[in-house]
Write a protein that binds this ligand. Structure first.
Ligand code: CA
Length: 381
């Protein structure tokens, strides 16, 4: 099957929709307030009565649970907080532009806002990926610390500012799973020639370790795996992977997610649109994205366990840990690939230096706090 046939088939068959009935209901249930009616908008009075009708385009399939819920909840909360003055319509991948065109489209003003993951934009600057996740790098808690109090957000703003964008952290999945494989991975030899969907720095690392990384947006993964276009894929974790029915296309589910130890998802706003907003609406975007950043991590934390049980108990999925020698090889390649990011340009160097310095600091303290505690808790069993 060639890529065009694949795309046609994808358009016909979107497996996550089968499991979306409950998820969409849950989403709507969470959004307890009804959509703002036109009368509420036109009744607003005073100097701040202007209504901003925006489009938010995303890299996620429309109404996908987890990742796709974030932009919907973000738009809903902003509508409520602003009393309808910031009225954002959310578009799934492919509705206005393709998943991997979101960055350019918001940069150019085709839409005012986007939601995605910074590692999709490595082609703009390799250091962009560091604002999403780095293999063997920071987890969710550490990413939030770096971005908010470690200088990370300012560097992210500087980088995206060059593309007429203002970025915000707006979601985190926590540590992901290593992915779905149609054969067992017993040694580094099993990675040779393995065609795997894996974005970001992790894809380049796999390539150095002998694999063949394939970049596909979420909506195209299932068909590619089912038809053998790819041999393996990573996606997110049990909750989102179950929604994609990936267990019906591959049997072996590997951990840990060495390549995405706590990826930050992002929202970004076209700079001209941002600068046209009054101060209070800007503050609402800052606060609402922060709330969504926390909300996504909480939802995955709450739902992954049950989804993993379902995958194993009801669908016979085989859970496997990647062998130590495979992890060691990936770790070695990763150090090489990540170090090269700094060579791209002076800003990439500053981003790399900031990330690595923060990682070194936080590792030292977390080795005697978070990590020591986790080890302590496990040793009690
Ligand atoms: Ca992933």
């Amino acid at each position: 099957m060639n890529m065009q046939q694949l795309l046609r088939q994808r358009a016909r068959w979107q497996p996550w929709k089968r499991v979306l009935g409950f998820a969409t209901g849950a989403l709507l249930g969470l959004s307890a307030c009804a959509p703002v009616e036109e009368s509420a908008v036109t009744n607003a009075s005073g100097a701040n009565a202007k209504v901003y009708q925006w489009k938010m385009i995303t890299t996620w399939p429309k109404n996908l649970p987890g990742l796709g819920a974030a932009p919907e909840r973000l738009a809903e909360r902003l509508r409520i907080m602003s009393n309808g003055r910031l009225d954002i319509k959310v578009y799934g991948a492919g509705e206005l532009v393709g998943a991997l065109e979101v960055f350019d489209a918001v940069s150019q003003g085709t839409a005012q806002m986007g939601h995605g993951a910074a590692y999709y934009w490595r082609g703009k600057n390799p250091a962009a990926a560091m604002f999403a996740t780095v293999p063997f790098g920071m987890n969710a808690q550490e990413m939030n610390g770096w971005l908010r109090y470690g200088g990370g957000l300012e560097l992210w703003q500087e980088l995206y500012g060059k593309f007429n964008l203002v970025p915000f952290a707006a979601g985190n999945s926590g540590v992901q799973m290593a992915g779905w494989f149609n054969k067992e991975i017993n040694s580094i030899d099993d990675l040779q020639g393995l065609k795997m969907r894996i974005p970001g720095i992790g894809g380049e690392v796999l390539s150095r370790a002998g694999g063949v990384p394939v970049i596909l947006p979420g909506g195209e993964i299932f068909t590619a795996l089912q038809t053998g276009v790819i041999d393996a894929t990573e996606w997110v974790g049990p909750y989102n992977d179950l929604a994609f029915s990936l267990h019906t296309a591959a049997k072996y589910y590997y951990y840990p997610g060495w390549h995405e130890p706590g990826p930050t998802l992002e929202a970004f706003v076209n700079k001209d649109a941002w600068e046209a907003l009054p101060t209070d609406l800007r503050a609402m975007i800052e606060v609402a994205t922060q709330a969504i950043n926390e909300d996504m991590l909480s939802e995955f934390t709450a739902r992954n366990n049950a989804a993993l049980d379902t995958l194993i108990d009801e669908h016979g999925v085989q859970l496997r840990r990647l062998p130590d020698d495979v992890i060691a090889a990936l770790r070695a390649s990763s150090a090489e690939v990540v170090a090269e990011i700094a060579d791209a340009d002076p800003l990439a160097r500053r981003i790399y230096d900031s990330y690595m310095a923060y990682l070194e600091d936080v590792r030292r303290y977390h080795s005697i706090s978070e990590q020591a505690y986790m080890n302590l808790r496990e040793s009690a069993d």
